[in-house]
Ligand binder design. Structure first.
Ligand code: ATP
Ligand code: MG
Length: 1014
């Protein structure tokens, strides 16, 4: 049994505070989350200072910024900080020079400093962070270090507040005979790197770095004196919440295009999203039939005198407010509806939502005088029930209308409040006896303590009132009311696929052209209506979608941009996580949409038991779900957008480190099934600093995909319909469209992975070029073929030649192989295999047909630096049995393409030997013409007909040294820079040349002309 360190009463196991005296029982490390006893200065697990006075209880009123943890491990190094979308505010005092002219410095200070303080106070009031103060101005940011989803609005509210306060201050100093002062404010929003800087005194400073910061500073200088100048990005985010005046285009130093500037003239009328949407038109309401029915049932019970409460819980943007709006449209006829909501910056405002509700009840308008307000209240109460006169004093006091003679002035605060809540409750209950009442309190996750107290009281007393109380909140809010039979909870999920499809059809139209886009939006947003709306809206804003009778997509989309409004909501949600959980989520986001537990353990290095606790937290927060694959525990991100946003918060350098760490972890965890993870390895290493490994895995992954593609292509080609199609093509072989292209050279490679020979003509059959890769050296013990990538630098320097011209129907003639030393041995001599085996220290046998199950051996280091052992691949997924060809029957490349690469990388030697084609085609067409051949039927000379199947992806083989050619990684880089080909489902890979299937056999000779038959 554990007892409290202070009062010695029993403390429940695992609880952090004593339930009797509130004393903290242990400290939790902000870095590794381990527990430490009170009184310790450092975490015993990771050495991080535990901070704070361990004897004192946590201070709930501490400024939010103080609660932002600084990761000790990264502070002050290049990896500290995060990418965040923030709003920056620059403000200064204009007229300060004239003001202080001829004044003693101390007197000048006494005039300017209060104005500066007003600016700072305005920023702090809206939870902003003052980055810097200058002599007569400040630089502040919103959205960091504490993330707020409404950072842009907060910045504008702060700007308006400081302008109004400075005006009042100016009036005061003018009255004392001084010059007036005015403020200038510039506000902009954008992405920045926010870095914590640990100062010597133990304090932490945060500085945003990025282009958006400088633009904010420039906007300030563009602001007319006494005004607030903002960018288009701010206007888009805050339209409706504030009023704007267009100041036109302005040229700004350091920005190539003129920027649109707006002046903020005041608060707008549309405070909530629903109010703004009402102005622009709602999207057609879909789904939610069940939830509406629940609300209607509750309403009818309440109207019959059995008070009801319905709480609607869902993540941001799921449709809580919209559901209420739709229900209210029906409820208004049968009840009085009073609605109010909490705002994100309203926690500190005592009872604001309740005040607004009472204003609505008494029809009090913003422009009403105090006297008018009092009269409205008195009259309404009198008309309702003269017995209620006693509540009037409480209402006056609560609504700040009591003036100097408040009879409740001397009353204890707590008593007064309790009585006030009781009075308001009586008022509403009495009103409901006259006519049913529907009370709506939205967004309880931002509710202030006073309104919450009132709600809890009301929820206890609904039983016999004709009141329907509806509340909504996001899941992070923990309600205080006790469960009752008359309280119903509705948990809203994102829209189901059919409802989401209907909503997208309402926004984008019914026609099938946009069906891919709709699917993409649905997959990304998982059916959250707000995210769907914002994605569509931002695509219209950017011009990706236009309306011309119907909606048209103006460009091809591979990825969807995350609108800043959506980014803000998700980033704020992620930021509310404790540091250890947030860091884990970021790491998971780098791993991917799904991940297995063993892999997470390997990547993070956190012991499994502890890790599972952290993962549980993320599960409870509904960031991830558990998912078993083949009996292995794993997880999946609930929403692709959350994954994207978490990923985007990481600094590029940190992402690279994580990608490399993940690559190494995949290699370690999946050492026995590495082939199943090649695509993931290519992805992670490709985004790390280890790009060599990335490139190698990329080509390996391309190879795997190609083999699949070849298999599919082979199946398609053997289908009866396709076969007859091809035979029609071949009948017309001589009649095809003649081009000026011709066969420039013919290459044959008698032994797999050894040098090729130039020949003047050759017979090709459906299996490919006769004599091509006719032999291979195979390690008999392991049944692995020697390939260029393994022994390449040596193998490529061996030159084989047939002793006689091979034919299609006879056994392959023997070979003569010239060694790098100049020595020549024939394949009939036993000395050949012995010598080669000795050179490579393996038992190698020259084979003329691939034995079943032959593997290609890919050695250590080829697939990423840290791969510990060799890996193997089956040979030639799509090639004919027995052949040593990897995937294509023939391989073609255009000389113009090689010349093009050469121009792009003049230092490199783009010798045809590096690319190992069978046919080099001379073409006058544009470089990379082969890409346009894919899918076409090509005739060569009078006999041969080919079907061009796929672009040929390239790997490190092209970079290897051979004979007089040096090793040169730049060759592959140049190919990647010039010709990344989208191979559809197989990914985008660096390609040069094409593969072809032989449809009609025959002879090919140097100089043969090329024709296309389709
Ligand atoms: N069922 C629906 N059919 C069509 N549009 C919907 C539906 N539900 C929500 N929407 C639209 O999606 C947007 C977001 O909905 P809403 O504002 O109700 O979300 P919310 O859950 O209240 O979010 P928050 O927690 O941020 O207040 C609104 O523009 C709304 O009109
Ligand atoms: Mg809402």
């Amino acid at each position: 049994m554990k007892t409290c360190v202070q009062c010695h009463v029993e403390v429940q196991e695992g609880k952090r505070f004593c339930a009797d005296c509130g004393a903290p029982q242990f400290l939790r490390c902000t870095h590794c989350n381990a527990e430490s006893s009170l009184g310790k200065s450092f975490c015993a697990d990771c050495g991080t200072p535990l901070g704070g006075n361990p004897k004192s209880s946590p201070t709930p009123t501490a400024p939010l910024v103080d609660q932002v943890p600084v990761s000790n491990a990264h502070a002050n190094d290049a990896l500290s900080g995060e990418r965040k979308v923030i709003t920056v505010l620059f403000a200064d005092i204009k007229g300060s020079m004239a003001l202080i002219e001829n004044l003693d410095p101390e007197e000048a200070r006494s005039l300017v400093e209060p104005a500066l303080q007003l600016m700072i106070d305005a920023v702090l009031h809206y939870d902003g962070y003052v980055v810097q103060t200058t002599g007569d101005g400040i630089f502040a940011m919103f959205g960091a270090p504490v993330v707020h989803e409404d950072h842009a609005q907060r910045a504008l509210y702060a700007a308006l507040r400081m302008q109004s306060d400075i005006k009042d201050h100016s009036a005061l100093i003018c009255a004392k005979g001084h010059q007036p002062i005015q403020g200038r404010v510039g506000v902009h929003t954008g992405e920045a790197v926010v870095r914590p800087l640990r100062l010597g005194n133990g304090q932490v400073e945060y500085t945003p770095i990025g282009h958006s910061t400088s633009l904010g500073a420039r906007l300030q200088t563009l602001a007319p004196v006494g005004s607030i100048a903002v960018s288009e990005a701010i206007r888009q985010l805050c339209d409706g919440a504030c009023e704007f005046n267009d100041l036109g285009l302005a040229t700004v130093k350091g920005v190539s295009e003129p920027i649109q500037v707006y002046e903020v003239t005041g608060l707008g009328k549309q405070r909530t999203r629903m109010q703004r949407a009402a102005d622009q038109g709602f999207t057609q309401f879909v789904g939610r039939a069940h939830e509406l029915a629940t609300l209607k049932l509750a309403a009818s019970k309440a109207q019959a005198g059995g008070g009801q409460m319905v709480s609607i819980v869902a993540e941001a943007g799921t449709g809580k407010s919209r559901l209420i709006l739709e229900a209210m449209a029906e409820f208004r006829a049968a009840s009085t509806v009073l609605e109010t909501s909490s705002v994100s910056h309203g926690k500190a405002s005592v009872g604001l939502p309740l005040i607004e509700m009472l204003h609505a009840y008494f029809s009090i308008e913003a422009h009403d005088t105090e006297l008018q307000r009092r009269e409205k209240i008195t009259n309404k109460i009198h008309e309702l029930d003269s017995q209620l006169q006693d509540i009037q004093a409480h209402l006056f006091s609560f609504l700040n209308l009591a003036g100097a003679e408040d009879p409740l002035f001397d009353m204890d605060d707590a008593d007064r409040q309790t009585q006030t809540w009781e009075c308001i409750k009586r008022l509403f209950v009495r009103e409901s006896e006259r006519f049913p009442l529907t009370l709506v309190f939205e967004d309880l996750h931002w509710i202030d303590a006073q309104t919450e107290e009132f709600l809890t009281l009301l929820s206890e007393s609904l039983g016999t009132a004709r009141i329907l109380l509806i509340v909504n909140y996001r899941p992070e809010y923990v309600h205080k009311w006790r469960s009752k039979s008359y309280i119903t909870q509705i948990h809203l999920d994102p829209l189901a696929e059919d409802a989401a499809t209907a909503m997208l059809a309402a926004m984008l139209g019914q026609h099938g052209q946009l069906s891919d886009l709709k699917r993409l939006i649905y997959e990304k947003t998982s059916g959250t209506p707000f995210f769907m709306e914002e994605m569509v809206k931002s695509m219209f804003d950017e011009g990706t979608l236009t309306r011309d009778g119907k909606v048209i997509l103006t460009k091809k989309l591979n990825e969807l941009e995350i609108p800043s409004s959506v980014q803000a909501i998700l980033a704020a949600r992620i930021d509310r996580l404790p540091t250890h959980a947030k860091e884990l989520l970021q790491t998971l986001a780098v791993i991917g949409k799904e991940f297995s537990l063993p892999l997470i353990v390997a990547v993070t290095g956190i012991p499994q038991a502890q890790l599972e606790k952290h993962l549980k937290e993320l599960q409870l927060g509904e960031f991830i779900y558990e998912k078993y694959v083949a009996g292995i525990k794993g997880y999946i991100f609930k929403s692709a957008l959350t994954q994207d946003v978490a990923y985007n918060t990481l600094l590029l350098e940190r992402r690279k480190i994580l990608h490399e760490r993940i690559g190494a972890a995949i290699e370690a965890v999946y050492i026995h099934s590495i082939d199943d993870h090649v695509a993931a390895l290519a992805y992670h290493y490709g985004r790390s600093n280890n790009t060599d490994a990335g490139m190698q895995y990329l080509t390996h992954s391309g190879r795997q995909k190609l083999m699949e593609a070849r298999k599919n292509a082979a199946q398609v080609a053997s289908a009866p319909a396709v076969k007859s199609d091809l035979s029609v093509a071949s009948k017309n072989a001589k009649a095809g469209e003649m081009t000026s292209d011709f066969v420039e050279s013919i290459w044959r490679y008698p032994v797999k992975s050894m040098a090729g020979e130039l020949i003047p003509s050759v017979m090709v059959t459906e299996k490919g070029m006769v004599g091509d890769r006719a032999y291979a050296f195979v390690n008999e013990e392991t049944n692995r073929a020697a390939v260029v990538r393994k022994w390449a630098e040596n193998f490529l320097n061996y030159h084989p030649h047939f002793v006689a011209e091979p034919t299609a129907c006879e056994a392959m003639p023997p070979l003569q192989i010239t060694f790098p030393s100049g020595e020549t041995l024939t394949s009939e001599s036993t000395a050949l295999e012995e010598k080669i085996s000795a050179v490579f220290d393996k038992k190698l046998k020259l084979m003329a047909s691939a034995p079943p199950g032959l593997l290609i051996e890919v050695p250590k280091g080829t697939l990423g630096g840290s791969l510990s052992e060799v890996t193997e691949l089956p040979l030639g997924g799509g090639a004919a049995p027995g052949a040593f060809v990897d995937y294509g029957s023939l391989h073609l490349i255009a000389s113009v393409t090689l010349e093009h690469f050469q121009q792009h990388y003049p230092q490199g030697r783009f010798d045809v030997r590096r690319f190992r084609p069978n046919l080099v085609i001379h073409s006058d067409a544009a470089p990379l013409v082969e890409n346009t051949w894919v899918g076409r039927t090509m005739a060569i000379g009078d006999e041969v007909v080919l079907r061009i199947t796929l672009p040929c992806p390239r790997c490190i083989s092209v970079t290897l040294a051979q004979d007089d050619l040096p090793r040169d990684p730049g060759i592959l880089r140049a190919v990647a820079e010039q010709n990344m080909c989208d191979l559809g489902d197989f990914g985008t890979l660096p390609c040069a040349g094409v593969y072809a299937d032989v449809i009609q056999a025959g002879h090919v000779r140097v100089g043969d002309r090329i024709r296309f038959l389709d």
